[in-house]
Structures are given as structure tokens and as C-alpha cells.
Design a protein around this ligand. Structure first.
Ligand SMILES: [Zn+2]
Length: 294
């Protein structure tokens, strides 16, 4: 009898704790999910902090672990093309696999230059704060459906973060409208399509396409260097978690300041434990853009 009681306790223990178990893929959806969950959920992130996200795929062990979650939240099929297969492999029901961008129209092409269009869609939708707000709402809707007892709290948490994104949007609009320059130079890949579209900016990158897989050609770098001189830029932006070598080399040629612009694909271990959020990254980006373009 004692054994049976113990067994029953063991089986019911995770449910008794009452926490929704949410597994997320990369940092943006991790941050949105934990903000919505607000301590009522166990939210984890698959990608190890500090690693490149486009080339990331979960390990067989991580895939096996997916079977234990209530919800699996990802960005969109262009950011995590492996998601469906992994979810199927782990036996996660399709209804519990949440595409946070499901109702967001993803942009095609790259930076209005055919060179950068590899036929796929641009996965970086989260960099437009209005999209981030919508992703938050989508995630909250999934949480509410899965855990109706806490629906009210999820809705409240989501509302607060959505409001913060809309306030940031207004701030960015106001700040950027005062910029004297509207073009920036970025020594990283094409991650800012949604952001520049929202705020009427443009940017130049020597990379090809929506991921940092291929090193830029010397020709592309030389073209960018010429553009920097022509525009009279004073700042070159470097990408998070990417070697600063290219930004440093371009900076040395033109006596430029190197500042970081983070597309928030992932964060360092230190930033993660320091409490960085998608919103705090947006704010830091805006400050750095202001330094270069005002
Ligand atoms: Zn990217």
C-alpha cells in the first residue's frame, strides 16, 4: 500500500506542481514565452547560449526531451526548418507545436537586392517590435488554451509586454525621425529587413542572404568600404556573437567607431544570467543607432 501511494505521488507530482512545461527554440521566443509565463511556467531554451542560431539543430538527446513538454514554441519554419521533423520524432502533438509568427506575413527577398534573395523568406520577423507584440499574443493564446486555470494571468502578462513593445515602437519612430542619416553599415548578415521597413531606414551588408553561413567576398567588402566613404559614415555596426574581425578591419580603414547591433538571435551566457530581454536589446540597438545616425 505504502509503495502504491508513493508511486501515485511520483506520477502525479509534476502535475501537482501545476507548471506548464514550455520548450522554446531560440532567444526571442524564449524571452516572449517567459514574459507571458511569468513564473507560472517552466520555460527552457533549446539553443545553448552564445551559439549561432541559423545553423543550430537540436541534438538527438534534446529531440528525445521534447516529448516531455506541454508546448513547443518556435519562431517560424524559415528560422527552424527542422522543427516539424523533430517534433514528430519526439511524439509532440502538432497542436502543441506553436509557430509564433503564424499570422505574420514574412518578407521575401533581401534588402531590395536580387543578389540576396535565395528564394526563402526572411525569418527575422521579431526585430519589428509590432511583430514581437503579435508573437507575444500568439504565444499567450497557446498558453491560455493549454492551461485555462491561469489564462487570466497569461493574458495580463502578455498585455504588459505588448504594451511595452508598442511604447518602444513609438519611441523608435520619434527618435529615428530625427536622424540626419537614414542608412547604416552593418558587418553582419541580412537580419534587419523588418526593422528598416518599419522605420524607413536602409542598410548595407557585405553578406549574402539571411544567415551568416558564407563569408563575404573581398569584392563585397570593398564595395561596402566605398559606400562608407561616400556616405561619410562614422560608425560601423557589428553583429552579436560574430567575430568582430570584419567590422574592425572596415573601421580601421575609415577611422570608424564599432558599435554592436544585436538581432537577438541568441545571447551570451553572461547576458542571459544578467537578465537581458528582447526589449532591452531593442533599446540598446536604438541607442547605438542614434550614436551613428543622428
Ligand atoms: Zn539571422
Amino acid at each position: 500500500m505504502k509503495k502504491l501511494v508513493l508511486l501515485l505521488l511520483l506520477i502525479t507530482a509534476p502535475l501537482a506542481a501545476g507548471k506548464l512545461r514550455v520548450i522554446t527554440t531560440i532567444f526571442p521566443v524564449y524571452d516572449l514565452s517567459r514574459q507571458v509565463g511569468g513564473g507560472l511556467c517552466e520555460v527552457s531554451m533549446l539553443i545553448p547560449p552564445g551559439t549561432e542560431s541559423h545553423s543550430y539543430e537540436p541534438t538527438p538527446r534534446q529531440i528525445a526531451g521534447l516529448g516531455k513538454c506541454d508546448l513547443l514554441v518556435y519562431t517560424n519554419p524559415y528560422m527552424e526548418p527542422w522543427i516539424e521533423k523533430a517534433a514528430r520524432g519526439a511524439g509532440v502533438e502538432q497542436g502543441n507545436v506553436i509557430n509564433s509568427c503564424k499570422d505574420i506575413e514574412l518578407l521575401g527577398g533581401g534588402d531590395a537586392d536580387d543578389d540576396h534573395d535565395h528564394g526563402g523568406k526572411d525569418p527575422h520577423a521579431w526585430l519589428d517590435p509590432v511583430n514581437a507584440a503579435r508573437m507575444t499574443a500568439n504565444i499567450a493564446a497557446a498558453f491560455e488554451r493549454k492551461d485555462p486555470a491561469n489564462a487570466e494571468q497569461y493574458r495580463r502578462n502578455a498585455k504588459a509586454y505588448i504594451k511595452a513593445f508598442h511604447e518602444f515602437d513609438a519611441l523608435a519612430r520619434g527618435t529615428i525621425s530625427g536622424f540626419s542619416k537614414k542608412k547604416f553599415f552593418f558587418a553582419g548578415h541580412f537580419a534587419y529587413g523588418y526593422f528598416v521597413k518599419r522605420y524607413g531606414l536602409s542598410y548595407v551588408s557585405p553578406f549574402k542572404g539571411f544567415s551568416p553561413d558564407a563569408e563575404p567576398t573581398p569584392k563585397a567588402v570593398a564595395r561596402m568600404s566605398d559606400g562608407i566613404k561616400k556616405e561619410g559614415a562614422t560608425v560601423i555596426y557589428r553583429e552579436e556573437l560574430l567575430s568582430p574581425r570584419l567590422a574592425d578591419a572596415l573601421a580601421a580603414q575609415g577611422d570608424l567607431t564599432v558599435l554592436e547591433l544585436s538581432a537577438a538571435h541568441n545571447v551570451t551566457k553572461k547576458d542571459l544570467s544578467g537578465g537581458v530581454t528582447l526589449l532591452s536589446i531593442f533599446r540598446r540597438n536604438l541607442t547605438n543607432l542614434e550614436r551613428g545616425l543622428k
